[in-house]
Design a protein around this ligand. Structure first.
Ligand SMILES: [Zn+2]
Length: 277
């Protein structure tokens, strides 16, 4: 998305998207119609159900912007750079090896960490930052029912991770990524209040499910272009036939290919740094 957006880090005013505003209008209209003419209830109910289906569909589509602003690619100012984003860590076995791999390629990455895991492995979070990478918010517990939480539940999950990660990493996250990328319409107002921006991805490797590093790399490299945001995992990493986390070989292939195409890596916060001035 290239439209100017407020810099992350500061609370911002929430404005509903046309879909969210339209759904709210349908609800209000249905109530008004029922008050005036109860016989219209089938139309009112139909409208409300249709609007819920539309909101649910938008929330199940991780790259959708129908529920609010969503970084699916880097801003135009990132020019010939891509972002590697690494979710679900820190993991005591995989993350240190990912860090060594990134060092070997002189690459920078953005780690979307889970607060509870960061609390268990604070030294790894410190190492991520010390080695030039960024730590961002992937919720406190990575609950599987995250997208079913109401505004209070969403806020608690995200705020707890802001505190945990901010305390350990020394800098509060600027970006949030929803567990499994699933959302509901209450998320964006919560993110606005906390000054967080939602980040998804351009393409992902499905490296928590696929045990073949070459296939994971192929998915990530298919159509690879400047400003792409790639998603892999250090937590919940699938293993290959030899028991090795597929993310290691896949990321190695991706970073070699990126270098061959003269694409540099940048953290998400590094990519939006010009907007923070
Ligand atoms: Zn995740």
């Amino acid at each position: 998305m290239n439209a100017p957006v407020p810099a992350p880090g500061k609370p911002r005013h929430w404005r509903p998207t046309p879909l969210v505003g339209g759904a709210a209008a349908v609800h209000a209209g249905a109530l008004a119609a029922l008050a005036v003419s109860p016989a219209t209830w089938p139309w009112a109910a139909g409208g409300v159900i249709a609007s819920h289906l539309a909101l649910t569909a938008a929330g199940l589509w991780p790259r959708s912007t129908l529920l609010g602003h969503n970084w699916t690619t880097l801003p135009a100012s990132a020019s010939a750079r891509i972002a590697i984003t690494i979710d679900d860590g820190p993991d005591p076995e995989v993350t240190p090896r990912v860090l060594d791999l990134l060092d070997a390629h002189r690459a920078r990455a953005t780690f979307f960490c889970i607060g509870e895991r960061a609390r268990r492995h604070p030294r790894i979070v410190e190492a991520i930052v010390a080695r030039g990478h960024a730590v961002e918010n992937h919720s406190q517990r990575h609950r599987h029912n995250f997208s079913l939480l109401g505004p209070g539940g969403l806020r608690r999950e995200i705020e707890a991770a802001q505190s945990t990660l901010g305390e350990i990493a020394g800098t509060r996250p600027l970006f949030f990524r929803a567990p499994a990328g699933l959302r509901n319409p209450f998320l964006e107002p919560v993110l606005c209040g906390l000054g967080l921006h939602l980040a998804s991805w351009t393409r992902r490797g499905f490296d928590t499910r696929t045990g073949h590093a070459a296939l994971v790399a192929r998915r990530l490299l298919h159509g690879l272009a400047a400003r792409d945001i790639l998603l892999v995992h250090d937590g919940h990493a699938a293993r290959d036939a030899n028991g090795a986390p597929v993310v290691l070989a896949a990321l190695d292939t991706v970073l070699r290919a990126a270098a061959g195409r003269e694409l540099e890596t940048v953290t998400l916060r590094g990519a939006i740094a010009p907007m923070l001035r």
